[in-house]
Design a protein around this ligand. Structure first.
Ligand SMILES: C[S@@+](CC[C@H](N)C(=O)[O-])C[C@H]1O[C@@H](n2cnc3c(N)ncnc32)[C@H](O)[C@@H]1O
Length: 250
């Protein structure tokens, strides 16, 4: 006796599975098209955004960077007599600007010039000479977390977008404290960084209180965006929306 499907159910079954497969094939093509389309679109938007941000804020497009850097110096409550330390000097734009602004000051720039940053001490020295401030500037390799200077050795301390980068410091407030250590009571400071990023510095008001608790007489903060026009697209929380300058006298 033969056992098998009746022909009608066989035809019905195979037809059903054919329709089933074609339907899913179509759905798959359409859905994958949509998903990949969305991903490609997102990729392009992010590419455009980061390219734009890079162009606005890159070292090659100095306009915005210069303005932010100038703010650090303009807010520094110092008469320019004595020595100033630029912490994380990079390719030393801030050190050179300060040597030009404070024409009798001696400027020291330190940086660890790590792998990620294409700056080097020799390049700094060469640039300083070509900018006409080679005789009043000095550069050395050192970590912002462990400055090789005595307490109060400098009359002023400055820095621009460095402290949050200091990997040795789990708590970035320690880097601020180390910077303040090398200026004396009454010494001037002006620090620009991502001070509004809570994971680095906690709440800003708390941070100011902590700094005062270290015996700092006068500490103020300003959001650079209030003084300098920062394009809306880079004023986002993960670009320049979280920067502030802390300045005052110890
Ligand atoms: C965004 S760049 C800023 C450079 C410069 N201040 C400017 O305004 O162009 C950050 C700099 O911090 C330096 N840096 C990072 N960690 C450091 C550390 N632990 N000690 C000293 N410098 C450090 C890097 O080498 C780099 O030059």
């Amino acid at each position: 006796m033969e056992i098998g499907f009746p022909e009608t159910s066989y035809t019905f079954g195979s037809g059903f599975f054919l329709i089933f497969s074609v339907l899913f094939l179509i759905l798959e093509l359409v859905i994958f098209k949509i998903i990949f389309g969305i991903l490609a679109g997102l990729g392009l938007i992010l590419f455009a955004y980061f390219t734009y941000s890079y162009l606005v804020f890159s070292a090659n497009n100095n306009e915005l960077q210069n303005k932010l850097r100038d703010l650090v110096l303009n807010l520094l409550p110092w008469n320019g007599k004595g020595r100033v330390l630029d912490i994380g000097t990079g390719n030393e734009p801030l050190a050179i600007s300060s040597a030009k602004k404070f024409q009798h000051a001696k400027v020291t720039g330190i940086d660890y010039w790590g792998k990620g940053w294409n700056y080097a001490q020799k390049m700094c020295e060469k640039n300083a000479i070509s900018e006409g401030v080679g005789d009043r500037t000095h550069f050395q390799k050192a970590s912002a977390m462990n400055l090789p200077f005595n307490d109060g050795e400098f009359d002023a301390a400055i820095t621009n977008f460095v402290f949050h980068e200091v990997r040795e410091a789990k708590d970035k407030r320690d880097v601020i404290q180390e910077a303040l250590r090398v200026i004396p009571k009454g010494g001037a400071f002006s620090f620009q960084d991502l001070f509004l990023v809570k994971k680095f510095y906690g709440d800003l008001d708390e941070l100011l209180k902590t700094i005062q608790g270290w015996g700092v007489e006068n500490v103020n903060y300003i959001k650079p965006g209030d003084l300098v026009k920062i394009p809306l697209l880079v004023r986002t929380p993960f670009m320049l929306g979280k920067i502030a300058i802390l300045y005052g006298k110890k």
